[in-house]
Design a protein around this ligand. Structure first.
Ligand SMILES: [Zn+2]
Length: 442
């Protein structure tokens, strides 16, 4: 590593949004070295250990000038080229290839994360609790370079993520990489290979950030490297109602983690507010509603709307209306006086169901008529057919002389379900059975 002025002048310093004044860098470095100092607006002072006094002409106390030191005064300038600067960087580097440090503001314990997550959920008739949570330290790298911002000396930082990738400005800010402090408790372990891999990645990223302006330029040497230990959290929440428990895993940077809504595999709904159906399935509360027939609490997707009453009920209490094709409560059905089919009240009328009242003229070569006549030859004597279809049947009406004929034919088997006749102007139909039926069909 090189701290000579030429490193700034001849080699390019990587582009970065993360700059700080020397004074802030020195504050961080002193804290890292465990040197306590008294500070006022002009500077700081601290006692020197015996071993360090030689560098500073035997002084026992050092007075650092935060800004420019008056000439001839006993104030030490703090820029990286000064004797204090050299001494400080040497001290930092003596601990190893990278100084261990950590964001000043990040969750330190499982509880800090868990309490925030747990508070985000509500479980009606049940509870949410932690089913496991681990905090893990991930090493990020910070390379610091001597730079100059608007003519003033400064320190510029380049950050590298644990996987060797570049760290976006937003992520660096959000993870708290711009405000670092010493690690108070035991430091996470890191091997030389990992450090060297990160350093190599850092140099590549720094070179890339430098070559933006001049691809042939040499990259400046970093002043110091630091490993920033960033806490990552993973675990799962458990939602319990009665005897049912479901899991909701979470994972992310401890400082950034936010509660995520639970997404139900059954309903697909996402929510922070959960409940359970009467049969014990946990889902978003807004997906759980009572069946208006039985009162059972079920998923809204399991209900159908009765086309007669508009009530939302379980399918088991309904039947499909053959005319409308829609479900209706079983006690909302009646027999159509014309076609004798069981139809819902929504299509039933005294003179016949919607299908019977909406027969439309068909041509003699209509395939549906051809199928019916093919099965029942006797019907070929009739003319002027009109027809309607329901879910399971054809309803057809025909005329001949002064009589009318009504047939209801099963769509699948083409068997006659109902056969009736009436006078041309009569309103009532007489079912044809027995020999009358046989004669009509033969
Ligand atoms: Zn009918």
């Amino acid at each position: 590593m090189n701290t000579s002025p030429s490193s700034v002048d001849n080699a390019l310093v990587p582009e970065s949004s993360h700059c700080e004044e020397h004074v802030d860098f020195v504050r961080w470095a002193l804290a890292q070295l465990g040197i306590s100092y008294a500070e006022d607006a002009d500077g700081a002072r601290f006692s020197l250990d015996e071993a360090d006094r030689e560098v500073f002409e035997g002084q026992s106390e050092l007075r650092l000038a935060w800004r420019s030191a008056p000439t001839g005064s006993s104030w030490e300038p703090i820029d990286v080229q000064s004797r204090f600067g050299h001494w400080l960087l040497e001290k930092l580097r003596s601990a190893g290839p990278a100084v261990p440090t950590q964001p000043r503001f990040q969750p330190a314990a499982v509880n800090d994360v868990a309490s925030k997550l747990l508070a985000a959920y509500r479980v009606d008739g049940g509870q949410v609790h932690l089913g496991g949570c681990q905090l893990e330290d991930f090493p990020f790298l910070r390379l610091s370079f001597a730079a100059s911002e608007k003519g003033r000396p400064s320190v510029r930082h380049v950050f590298v993520a644990h996987d060797g990738s570049s760290v976006s400005d937003d992520l660096a800010l959000n993870l708290g990489l711009l405000e670092l402090e010493p690690i108070h408790k035991s430091q996470p372990r890191i091997d030389h290979i990992t450090i060297n891999t990160l350093l190599a990645a850092g140099r590549r990223i720094a070179a890339k950030k430098s070559s933006v302006r001049d691809p042939s330029a040499t990259v400046a040497e970093p002043l110091v490297a630091a490993i920033v230990w960033v806490k990552h959290v993973s675990g799962k929440l458990l939602f319990t109602v009665g005897g049912t428990t479901i899991e909701h895993p979470f994972s992310g940077w401890a400082k950034l983690i936010e509660a995520q809504p639970y997404v139900s595999k059954t309903s697909g709904a996402s929510s922070f507010h959960l409940g359970a159906t009467d049969d014990g399935r946990i889902d978003a509360v807004d997906q759980i509603v009572p069946c208006e027939c039985s009162g059972r609490r079920v998923l809204v997707q399991e209900l159908v709307t009765c086309c007669v009453t508009g009530r939302h009920v379980l399918e088991e209490f309904t039947e499909l209306c053959p005319v409308s094709g829609r479900p209706a409560l079983s006690d909302e059905f009646a027999i159509c006086p014309m076609c004798r089919q069981r139809v819902s009240q929504s299509v039933w009328q005294e003179k016949g169901c919607d299908a019977c009242r909406q027969l439309t003229k068909i041509r003699a070569n209509d395939p549906r008529l051809a199928w019916i006549l093919g099965e029942h030859k006797g019907l070929d004597r009739w003319r002027r057919w009109r027809l309607a279809e329901t879910q399971q049947a054809y309803i057809a009406q025909s005329e001949r002389l002064m009589k009318r004929l009504l047939i209801v034919v099963d769509k699948e088997s083409l068997t006659i379900r109902h056969l009736a006749t009436s006078g041309k102007w009569a309103s009532l139909w007489t079912p044809a059975t027995g020999t009358a039926r046989d004669e009509l069909l033969r």
